[in-house]
Ligand binder design. Structure first.
Ligand SMILES: [Zn+2]
Length: 266
């Protein structure tokens, strides 16, 4: 159940809207891959950070419709990296130009050519981006006076992070910081292409930004020895498993935007 009267902290996130929050869960069958899909205005243009994968599609379209938008209103997409869980919905946004790291494009090409192994890069990644204008990033780029894109190695060779000046600096991280656990421990919980580089990247992002929107978790703020989540978390798993009833709720997680003691100095 969604906790009531527990709004997202827009005093800290400004006009950054989290259309679908990341889910920090995996199953005995593998990763779920529900990533954070974020909407913001950059230089006046409606911009998405990541697009999710096929099972996000219906809810993503609903969320856009709920705020009076269609996919054609999105003018720009920042593609954090080329893993399936972040890019499979790119073709919905036919009027959007894409911002992608050159290192990611080179990496995805090398995976498809059999020179690197990464089961999360879809073989058709190039086709998914076809028909869009693409801006390839190899250096940090300032998109407007309060928005900068920087690429960080580790999870993949050049995952993009968007830094945004709101009341404080916000970092929309893609999988450079996947979840609150990665931030608290200062290293990735799941192996990437270079785990030492990933730990350095996590540190660099945390040095620069106080408000973190991770790739697969709800937004949070690290301060002192505590971590404050900026939104509630609500996630339900249903199943139709005989002899149980149809569409039975098997798991219902509803958490308030609580503060957690980490026991570490941040
Ligand atoms: Zn991911």
């Amino acid at each position: 159940m969604i906790p009531e009267h527990d709004p997202i902290r827009h005093d800290l996130l400004g006009d950054i809207q989290i259309l679908l929050p990341g889910v920090p869960c995996k199953t005995s069958r593998g990763w779920l891959g529900y990533c954070s899909i974020v909407l913001l205005r950059v230089n006046g243009s409606l911009t998405l950070f990541d697009t999710g994968h096929f099972s996000d599609r219906a809810l993503l379209l609903d969320m856009l419709a709920h705020i009076g938008l269609t996919p054609l209103d999105i003018k720009q997409i920042i593609v954090s990296h080329l893993h399936f869980d972040h890019i499979l919905n790119v073709p919905l946004f036919r009027h959007a130009t894409l911002i992608v790291s050159k290192d990611e494009v080179d990496y995805a090409a090398s995976v498809v050519a059999g020179k690197a192994e990464d089961p999360s890069v879809p073989e058709n990644w190039r086709a998914l981006l076809n028909g869009h204008g693409i801006e390839l990033i190899s250096e940090p780029v300032e998109l407007d006076s309060r928005t900068e894109i920087v690429s960080f190695p580790g999870h993949t060779p050049g995952g993009l992070v968007l830094f945004r000046k709101e009341a404080d600096t916000v970092a929309i991280c893609g999988d450079v910081i996947k979840n609150a656990w990665d931030a608290v421990n200062g290293k990735p919980g799941a192996a990437g292409v270079d785990d030492k580089a990933a730990a350095r990247s996590i540190r660099h992002v945390l040095e620069r930004a106080r408000i973190i929107v991770p790739g697969h978790d709800r937004p949070f703020c690290l301060e002192g020895e505590s971590l404050a989540f900026l939104s509630p978390f609500s996630w339900e798993v249903r199943g139709s498993i005989l002899p149980g009833p149809q569409d039975e709720v098997l798991l219902d997680i509803g958490l308030a935007a609580q503060t957690v003691k980490t026991g570490l100095r941040h």
